[in-house]
Each structure stands twice: as C-alpha cells, then as structure tokens.
Design a protein. Structure first.
Length: 760
C-alpha cells in the first residue's frame, strides 16, 4: 500500500512540531528551576545569616552595656584601688552581688571576673573562693594593653591553671573592658566569659541546608552547629581566604568547601571583626531542581511517545478527525452549511474566541491583587526594576515610568484604645484608610495603596515638579487624607514620609524611612505628618539620659509614694521627649530606664517576672509602643504601680519577721544585760530601724516590752520558786532590789512580797 505524500508530510510535520517544543520545554524547566531554587535559597541563607548576626551582636552589645554600667558603680570604683582585707567582707559581698547581677539567663553569661591591676586581686561571681588565679590574671593582663576600651576575644586553646583550680576558657568568648575605659594604663579590668554553646543557640542553622558558623579575627571557629569544629583554624581554607579578599562587608559567591562545590554567604562585622559564614552544598540546593528535571524528562518522553502515536495514526485518517470535529460542532441552525465543514468549524472557533475575550475581561478584575503584590515586592526590594516597569505598564500604570521623583507615605492609626473600635477591627480600618487615600490622591500621582504590617503604604510620584514644590504637594495631600480619616472614621492618624528618590530599587529604603519617621511620634504626639529629613536629628547629636530624674523615680518607688512616683515618671518622660533624638537612642533610653527599675526590684528581692503578663517580654511590649503618652501609661500600669504594691507587701512581711525575731531573742536573753544595740548586732539591722519597726508592729518600744516581759517572769518566779526578791532582781538585771520593788509596785499596785503572800 502506497503511503500518501501528504500523509507522510503531515506525519513529519507533526513530529517536528511535537518534539521540538517538548524538548525545549524540558530543558527550560530544568534550567529555570535550578536558577530559581538557587536564587531563593541564597536569598534565604543571606537573610538567616543576617538575623543570626543581629541576634549575636545584640547579645554582645547588651553584655557590653551591662559591664559598662557595672564599672560605673561606686562600689566598683571604690574597690579597685583598695587592697581587700578579711575585714572587708561586706565590700566583697557587695562586689559579688553586683557581679552576679549581670549574669542573667537571657544573656547566657557563664563567668564574670573583676581584676584590680593596682592591688593584684581577682574576684568572680562564684564568691570568695576565687581570689587567686595566677594563670587567669596573666591572660587578662596580656590583653590589658589594647588600645580599645572594650575588647571581644575568643578563649585560649587550653584551660588556665590557678591555685584555686581550673578556669575553663576553651572555646569561650571573652569580653574585656578596662577601667578607666579609654586609659592606656588601666587600673582594673572586668572580664565576662560567654560560652560557645550560648553563641550556638543564637545562630540559626538548618541541618538540612548547610551550616552557619562564626570566625574570629584569626579565622578560628568560635560558634558552630558541630561542637567538634570549635577552635579549628579555617584560615587555610580557600573560601575563607576568598572572603578575606572581598572588599564588601557581605556577599554571596560559589567555591569549593569540604571537597564539594558550595554556595558561600558571608557577613563581616564592623562591631568586633568577626565573620559570619553560611556554607550550603550546591547538591543540596539543586536536589529539588534535579527532581524537577527528571520529572520533566519523564513527562517529555511520555509526550514524545504519545506524539508519535497520534501523528502516525491520526495522519492516516486526515479527514476523519476533521469530520468528527465537524459533527461535534454542528447544531441545528448550521444545517444549511452542511457541505462546508471548515466554515462551520471556523464559526464555532470564533464563538470560542468570543468566550475567551469575556473570560479575559473577568480576569482583569483580578488586576488589583496583582498590582498590590507588585507594590509589596517593591517595598521589600524583591522586584527587579525592569520587571516592575513592564508590569506597571501592563497593569495600566504607564504614567509611573514618567515620574522624575517619588516618595513613600506610611499611614498608621495612632491608637484604637478609648475609641469605639477594638483591635479586631484594625484590618478593616486599614482597608478603609487605604480607600480614603486612593479617593483623595489622583490616580496619575500614585500607585495602588496596600496594607503592610498595620500600616497603609502609598507610593506617590511627580513628573516635572521641583523638590520644594513636590514636598509641599505631598504634605497637602497627606493632610487631606489625615483630615478625612478623622472625619469619617473618628480616629487619630499619623503619616511618615520618606526622602525623595528617583530609582525604583530605592523603594525599599524609602519604605523603611517612612516607618522610621513615624517613630518620632513619641516626641511630637498624635496626628502628625513627619518628613524623615525634618525629624531625624543630626548625626553628631546624642541623647542625654536624665540620671537625676531616674534616681528621683527610684527613690519615689522605694518610698512607696504612688503620687510622687507618677510625678517623677512624668518628669522623666518629658525630659526624654523634648530632646532631639534618633529613635534608636530614644528606645535605648527607655530600655535603660526599664532595666534600672527591674534592677531596683531585684535588689529588693522581687523577681521582675511577676510583672510580665503577656506573651512577649517586657522589653518587647515596651518597644511596640508609639507615643509618649502610651509609654508613660505602660510604665505606670505595668511597672510602677505593681512594683510599689510588691515592695509594700514585702516590707510588711519583713516588719513582721523582724518583730517576731526580737520577741524570740528577748525570751532567750531576758536574764542578760540585753540592749537594743546588742540585739541589732545579732539580727544585722540598725537599732533605730528595729525600734521603729518593733513599735509599729507591737505598739510599745523595745525597753517597755522587755520590762513587761521581765515582770511576767518575776511574777512566775514569785509564785513557783523560793528565790528571794534580791535574787530575782539580780537575775532580771535590775541595778538594785529597790528599783525592782519600785517598778513592781508601779505596775501591780503591791510589792513583790505582798504579791507572793497573796499567791500563797
């Protein structure tokens, strides 16, 4: 049977049309998957590495700050130049308490050492048994000549031997701070030892996606998920040398690590010279892409086989499929075209295309969500400039390509408390705020407003306005939006505005600037419009922490005077708010105040954990607040009022305990030469304090209570014993029997002899 040339050509054409797209699609799927997976994993590793660095350095800076506060304590400055003697046990005890105070659970500090270079003594937070560690002293002295006032170093490769035992520094991280801080010949040192295990907990390493570790300045490992790697020298590793040759402080490159090709992410710390490294084997990254590739090959093979079968079998009956298509598309109103199958097919295809056009119109209704996604990616720095412009043009925002300057506006509600709304209404209110902004600002001057992190984000632009004119126009639009939100929603709102920018990649920076501008509400109050360039202070200005007001607040709390405490807190907040500050400095000042109040409670024996009621820590709750009024109210409700209640309760318990102890000692030593001074020495309280507490609890002073108790004893002895009145007077420590008889008659109305006769 002769094969038709048309059939042969149709088979060959069908095979070519089927094979080439399938092969191209398979290759493209694998290539695109590999590239996409690699980029996503590298971006993820970069972010994880950055977060790990931030956690580690935040902990180190908190330790650095704590040791600086420790060195500024009067007891420290008084003790360092002093030669400690056995009689200085009170000073040693106070030193020990202060060293222990910074060894908190959150910071993970293992040991704290205080070294006097003048008097050659060493004490740590274990107490008096650590006065002499010659090896440790030599180690600290070797680093005391550094030009830096505070130094972070890794521990020795071996333990330091001292007369009192071993000081284990292997793989530890040590902070050495001089006193005075910038002196080239310091008089004392404070050393904080942080274990490698604490650093290990701070780095976020996924076992399935490589390792994240930290190298010191000598390229030795000081934190690693694998403890066996700690202390190893990585300076000879090729990728570590490549990191050292990079001029950038962070980056990603590919190199061989441990014998296999890997993706290397690194960050160089300007704080202490450490290097944070993430090593992910390429095979781990591309394993998913390989699975996609094999799946694509399998699908391609199946499609190729199906294509060959369809091409061979279908082409033999070229007319049969056309006929079947004709029959499936034919209906009663097309019967007059019975002899023109292709015309019928063409008409029906036109109907399908018409339906497709209707579907396209419906899909355009989803365009808003696509625009929101694009704007969100711009704010997060995830959109490529060319891709962003193409998509904006496709979505109908072609005018955005003509903008010469742009700004980002961040709109937030100042508060929902004391309004008719609840926290659950926030999302709906933000949506309403975005709609108000979209109605007021012309469409050709903005992109679609979106909601991000409890804020409405709006990007506005201008074609040919000068910087001053554009800034004024933006302020006018922002004011209109703010007034409308107040009018329609009855809610106060504030708006933060970024600096001008010209390039789309700067959208992320502008988004952060708008958010930072809003943080200055703490000084300026509610319902403000803040340009970041107007509110951000000069770089050289530093915030002055009002120590006197902080001390006044502490004294007010100790005095248990709630009204005085609230006035002191208000003065403290006013002093912080009126200064021109960077919001980071302001937050640090608030954290410092909170730490001082917590330390006040801890010194009084009260745990600050009893103050915590929410899921976040006290510090997390504090940093979420926006305005000075909210911050002052939070301090009042969460810290000050509960602290006064706890201290008052503790003082009451302490008073009762002191009174009971005084009574017990009187019962034990009533027949001795007992005085208030001798009693105070036994229970370690000042005589005046004991006298005041005892009178408050019993209603009588110490001398009266002792005399009354001795009188009761005398009456019992007169009844039950044959002791003479003179013997009783001597035992009860009266100067002479006459004084005893005189006091007895005064209290009982009769003499001791008459009392005994009456009792018989």
């Amino acid at each position: 049977m002769r094969v038709s040339k048309y059939l042969l050509k149709l088979v060959i054409l069908t095979l070519i049309v089927g094979i080439i797209p399938v092969l191209s699609l398979g290759w493209y799927s694998y290539h695109y998957a590999s590239k996409s997976v690699l980029e996503q994993v590298e971006e993820r590793n970069t972010q994880v590495l950055r977060q790990s660095q931030l956690r580690v350095e935040q902990t180190l800076k908190m330790i650095d700050y704590s040791t600086a506060q420790l060195l500024n304590l009067p007891i420290i400055t008084k003790a360092i130049p002093k030669k400690l003697e056995p009689t200085d046990f009170e000073m040693v005890k106070e030193l020990y308490n202060n060293l222990s105070s910074i060894q908190t659970y959150e910071l993970g500090i293992r040991d704290v050492y205080l070294l006097s270079l003048e008097q050659d003594w060493l004490i740590n937070n274990d107490g008096l048994d650590s006065y002499n560690h010659p090896g440790l002293k030599e180690y600290l002295l070797a680093n005391s000549g550094s030009s830096q006032g505070s130094l972070w170093i890794s521990g020795n490769s071996a333990s330091v031997q001292g007369s009192e035992g071993m000081v284990e520094l292997r793989h530890a991280v040590i902070n050495i701070k001089k006193w005075p801080i910038n002196s080239r010949n310091p008089r004392g040192l404070v050393s904080v030892v942080l274990s490698a295990q604490q650093l290990k907990q701070l780095i976020d390493s996924d076992p399935g996606m490589g390792d994240i570790f930290i190298l010191d300045e000598e390229k030795r490992v000081i934190a690693h998920p694998n403890d066996a790697q700690l202390g190893m020298d990585f300076s000879e590793y090729g990728y570590v040398q490549a990191i050292g040759q990079h001029s950038d402080t962070n980056g990603v490159f590919h190199d061989a690590a441990d014998g296999e090709q890997s993706s290397i992410s690194f960050r160089k710390s300007a704080y202490n010279g450490w290097t944070y490294v993430s090593v992910v084997p390429t095979r781990t990254i591309t394993s998913q892409a390989m699975a996609i590739g094999w799946t694509s090959i399998l699908v391609s093979v199946v499609v190729l086989v199906a294509t060959v079968i369809v091409a061979v079998i279908g082409s033999r009956q070229m007319y049969s499929p056309v006929r079947r298509m004709y029959r499936s598309l034919l209906d009663d109103k097309d019967t007059h075209q019975k002899n023109d199958e292709f015309l019928v097919i063409s008409n029906r295809i036109q109907g399908i295309l018409s339906d497709q056009s209707k579907l396209k119109v419906e899909l355009e209704g989803q365009q808003k969500q696509l625009v929101e996604l694009l704007v969100r990616k711009l704010m997060l720095g995830e959109a490529k400039p060319q891709e962003a412009l193409e998509r904006l043009q496709y979505y109908g925002y072609s005018y955005a390509d003509q903008w010469e300057t742009m700004r980002v506006l961040i709109l937030q509600f100042d508060r929902l408390d004391s309004t008719r709304y609840a926290e659950k209404d926030r999302d709906l209110l933000l949506f309403a705020m975005g709609n108000i902004a979209a109605e007021i600002i012309p469409e050709d001057e903005r992109l679609l407003p979106i909601v991000m992190k409890e804020s409405v984000v709006l990007l506005v632009g201008s074609k040919n306005q000068s910087e001053e004119v554009f800034k004024g126009a933006v302020f006018d639009r922002a004011a209109e939006v703010q007034i409308s939100v107040k009018q329609y929603l009855q809610l106060p709102s504030s708006i933060g505005i970024s600096r001008s920018f010209q390039c789309w990649p700067e959208s992320r920076r502008a988004y952060e600037e708008g958010g930072n501008a809003l943080k200055y509400r703490a000084r300026l109050g509610e319902q403000v419009i803040l340009f970041i360039e107007d509110v951000q202070p000069d770089k050289g200005k530093e915030m002055i922490y009002p120590k006197e007001l902080a001390e006044e607040l502490s004294l007010a709390i100790k005095s248990l005077d709630l009204e005085r405490t609230r006035n002191a807190l208000a003065a403290m907040m006013d002093a912080l708010s009126v200064q021109e500050y960077d919001h980071n400095d302001y937050q640090l000042a608030l954290v410092r105040l909170l730490m001082e109040l917590i330390r006040l409670l801890q010194d009084a024996g009260v745990s600050y954990h009893v103050l915590k009621s929410g899921e976040d820590s006290l510090f997390g709750d504090l940093l979420k607040l926006h305005t000075s009024r909210e911050i002052e109210a939070w301090f009042n409700d969460t810290i000050v009022t509960p602290a006064i209640s706890l201290l008052e309760e503790q003082r009451q318990v302490q008073f009762t305990s002191i009174s009971e102890e005084v009574k017990r000692l009187i019962e034990e030593a009533f027949d001795t030469d007992l005085t208030l001074e001798k009693l105070s020495a036994r229970i370690n309280y000042h005589p005046q304090y004991i006298s005041r507490v005892f009178r408050q609890e019993t209603g009588v002073n110490f001398a009266e209570y002792l005399s009354q108790y001795r009188l009761r004893i005398a009456k019992r002895w007169l009844k039950e014993t044959n002791l003479t009145i003179t013997e009783i007077a001597e035992k009860l420590k009266y100067n002479n029997p006459a004084n005893f008889i005189r006091y007895f008659r005064k209290m009982e109305g009769i003499t001791p002899g008459q009392y005994r006769d009456k009792a018989e």
